[in-house]
Design a protein around this ligand. Structure first.
Ligand SMILES: *Cc1c(COP(=O)(O)O)cnc(C)c1O
Length: 398
């Protein structure tokens, strides 16, 4: 007997496709929060053997997270990866896997603001202490490493002064003191460097940035070797940081063009930096410039590429900063980075709000600091737009 409308409508997934299964060219989006089992034997086999291609429940993983994680683990030279709904989700899963009450964590003084807030306000309540210091200063790092230091967190290229960390040297020092080194590789990406190959223990990314690359998805990933990555996977399932199938699919689609985009963005940033120096109307901060303290290290570590983030320092006055923004109508002030279009950010009022006034002034986060995320546009258009926007500074200085 034919079932009633309510039943037929609710069970439409029973209508299987006829004939040969479709063979899509790209991975489809598996928009399902749960998967079917034949019986209790089948579900028990899933729990015991975790056979390839079998899934249970969205928070534990799904085909789109597997595709993305396998791709990112391979790019970062890791045995595994765990994707997350945001960069902070990935960083939280990693830190909560490694740290326990009584442990000490060292953060680079130019760490991402969200990572600072996680340690300073959340983990502090669970008995994890922290210090903020200049990781590139070897004696300071050695003095700060204590017996209870479990983890050191740094960035391959840090925001917004684009500090370059010597990863091999830092990993060696951390290991000598029994600490793990976690590198946030969001700004450099594996197109420039794979920190695990240089001795780091954990790599994290906000895939919201270069991996996704189009400012249309939030995500994060942790990459590490066994058995650590499996512990991080368990923590991620426990705290619920999983990325949705659609978002994982979007990030995976972005990753396909990572190398093309990053090469072009780095090339544009190097050209724009040289152009702005020649304009001589403000301080220009980019590792391609011989004046940058990380120039030689970047040249060697990133094989003659210098990243696609660039900062300029204009007079310390928010009125002047706003005027520059208004004179750049095609370059939006959008406090994120790494999309295909060039954008501006203002660290003092956005990414570095979590730092105290004293910290900001000690670390050089002035009111006049503007960070530029360089896109894939034609360089001639970028140089003429910046020349026009910055020209009045030159006149007022003269
Ligand atoms: C954006 C960012 C994060 C946080 O990532 P979300 O996806 O915003 O949670 C972490 N580290 C760096 C370097 C970032 O730029």
């Amino acid at each position: 007997m034919e079932k009633h409308l309510a039943t037929r409508a609710a069970r439409l997934d029973e209508t299987h496709l006829h004939g040969e299964a479709p063979r899509p060219e790209v991975t489809p989006i598996y928009q399902s929060s749960v998967y079917r089992f034949d019986d209790t034997c089948d579900v028990l086999e899933y729990y015991e053997a975790k056979p390839n291609g079998r899934y249970l429940y969205g928070r534990n993983g799904h085909p789109n997270s597997t595709v993305l994680e396998n791709a990112l683990a391979a790019l970062e030279n890791a045995s595994g990866a765990v994707s997350a709904a945001s960069g902070m989700g990935a960083i939280s899963a990693a830190v909560l896997s490694v740290c326990a009450a009584g442990d000490h964590v060292i953060l680079s003084q130019d760490i991402y603001g969200g990572t600072l807030v996680l340690l300073r306000t959340v983990l502090a309540r669970f008995g994890v202490s922290m210090s903020l210091l200049d990781l590139t200063d070897e004696p300071t790092l050695k003095r700060a490493l204590e017996r209870k230091t479990k983890l050191v967190i740094g960035e391959s290229i840090a925001n917004p002064l684009l500090t370059i960390l010597d990863i091999a040297k830092t990993a060696e020092i951390c290991h000598r003191f029994g600490a793990l080194l976690m590198i946030d590789n969001t700004f450099a990406t594996p197109a420039l460097i794979t920190p695990l190959s240089l001795g780091a223990d954990i790599v994290v990314h906000s895939t919201t940035k270069y991996m996704g690359g189009h400012s249309d998805v939030s995500g994060g990933v942790v990459c590490a070797n066994d058995p650590l990555i499996e512990e991080i996977r368990q923590t991620s399932v426990a705290i619920g940081t999983a990325q949705t199938p659609f978002d994982a699919w979007l990030v995976a689609r972005g990753v396909k063009t990572l190398s093309l985009r990053v090469e072009k963005q780095c090339e544009n940033a190097t050209k724009l930096a040289a152009f702005l120096v020649a304009l001589s109307c403000c301080e220009v901060i980019h590792p391609s410039l011989a004046t940058h303290p990380g120039h030689e290290l970047a040249k060697h570590q990133f094989h003659n590429r210098y990243g696609a983030m660039l900062s300029i320092r204009v007079p310390d006055d928010l009125v002047i900063v706003d005027e520059i923004m208004h004179r750049l109508p095609s370059i939006p002030f959008a406090p994120s980075l790494a999309g295909v279009t060039t954008t501006l950010s203002h660290p003092y009022t956005t990414s570095h709000r979590g730092f105290t006034e004293e910290e900001r002034s000690a670390f050089g986060i002035t009111r006049g600091l503007i960070r530029i995320s360089v896109g894939i546009e034609d360089i001639a258009d970028l140089t003429s737009e910046f020349a026009e926007a910055l020209a009045p500074l030159k006149r007022s200085e003269a």
